[in-house]
Ligand binder design. Structure first.
Ligand SMILES: NC(=O)c1ccc[n+]([C@@H]2O[C@H](COP(=O)([O-])OP(=O)(O)OC[C@H]3O[C@@H](n4cnc5c(N)ncnc54)[C@H](O)[C@@H]3O)[C@@H](O)[C@H]2O)c1
Length: 301
């Protein structure tokens, strides 16, 4: 295989980004955010959708090699970056094997194809579910908190497995093609009504959210994190947690742990409402800080 020249996630204004899954919860916010930041956005999804800020909209399936090939060269040359969000975004929507196969196949075609095409960098959505607690179907407690990226996956659900495999596909694409890949482990992501509904659920029954460790992220911060990676200058393969610094509840974090995860070791001193997900790596490497919170919003309290 020919040696590839080193590529860098260092996009500047007018560079072209392909966003897959552009019609989804996160894609709908990522596309206008990237476009508003000066990038030219090609938005792809298998569902027909409107996306006023996208320069081009393409409809097709990321499991179709011809569609992926075409999406990676919308203007006759490779896009500068790919943001891969298309996936079956939760378990239970499809049979387990379908969730696994669709997510891994899509990631493979998009990320490997991007590397092969000469795309300069890729960002893809992983998930807190990669750790394995969120959808295990039974109570599992992490060995320690805050959970950092070193904590191994204990996934026993196919969605969580699909996310660990998506991360592996990213690492593979970097090794194979020298294309930088960054996988962002998002917890629950939402804003507006979606976030309000989640906060209300947690307020009604705080224990029901124990497997997600009350972690959350505003969709606008997810979009900002994607942009931060695209413009970071990073090389190589990276996996980052990206979560809000606080929890999605007014119950103090120490109390949550004592009640629902009493065997978990607490490795750092935790503030009253601190998140149990450690996002210090993305802060350290990219200088990325979240901006949006819910505690000051009287409607959410
Ligand atoms: N929203 C969250 O809370 C959350 C949390 C963690 C990780 N994630 C991850 O972030 C990404 C985006 O999630 P979302 O919440 O926007 O999901 P979503 O379901 O709202 O959107 C996903 C989009 O991808 C499209 N899609 C799915 N499979 C496709 C395929 N094979 N070809 C083309 N398009 C396809 C769907 O039509 C949909 O518009 C996913 O990878 C998901 O696993 C989401």
């Amino acid at each position: 295989m020919p040696q590839q020249e080193e590529r860098r996630a260092a996009l500047t204004a007018d560079d072209v980004v392909l966003v897959t899954g552009a019609a989804g919860v996160i894609g709908r916010v990522v596309v206008p955010y990237l476009a508003g930041s000066g990038l030219r956005v090609v938005a792809a999804d298998r569902e027909p959708f409107a996306s006023p800020k996208a320069e081009r909209i393409i409809v097709g399936d990321t499991r179709d090699p011809a569609f992926v090939e075409e999406s990676l060269r919308p203007f006759g040359r490779p896009v500068d970056a790919v943001v891969h969000l298309a996936a079956i975004a939760a378990p239970g929507k499809l049979p387990e094997d379908e969730t696994l196969v669709q997510n891994v196949q899509g990631a493979y075609l998009v990320l490997d194809g991007a590397g092969r095409a000469g795309v300069r960098c890729a960002v893809a959505a992983s998930s807190f579910a990669a750790y394995g607690y969120a959808w295990a179907g039974r109570d599992l407690s992490p060995p320690y908190v805050p959970i950092d990226e070193e904590q191994p996956s204990v996934a026993i659900d196919s969605y969580g497995l699909s996310k660990t495999m998506t991360e592996q596909v990213g690492a593979f694409a970097t090794r194979r093609w020298g294309m930088p890949t960054t996988l962002l482990r998002f917890p629950f992501v939402g804003d507006g009504d979606r976030l309000a509904a989640r906060l209300a659920e947690v307020r009604r029954d705080v224990g029901a959210n124990r497997r997600e460790l009350w972690a959350w992220l505003d969709t606008r911060d997810a979009a900002r994190a994607v942009y931060a990676v695209l413009t970071s200058g990073l090389t190589g393969h990276h996996v980052f947690n990206v979560a809000a610094p606080d929890s999605a509840t007014t119950v103090p974090t120490a109390e949550l742990l004592a009640r629902y995860h009493p065997t978990t070791r607490v490795r750092a001193s935790l503030g009253t409402f601190d998140s149990l997900v450690d996002s210090s790596a993305v802060r350290r490497v990219l200088g990325f800080e979240t901006r949006y919170g819910w505690r000051d919003d009287p409607a959410s309290a």
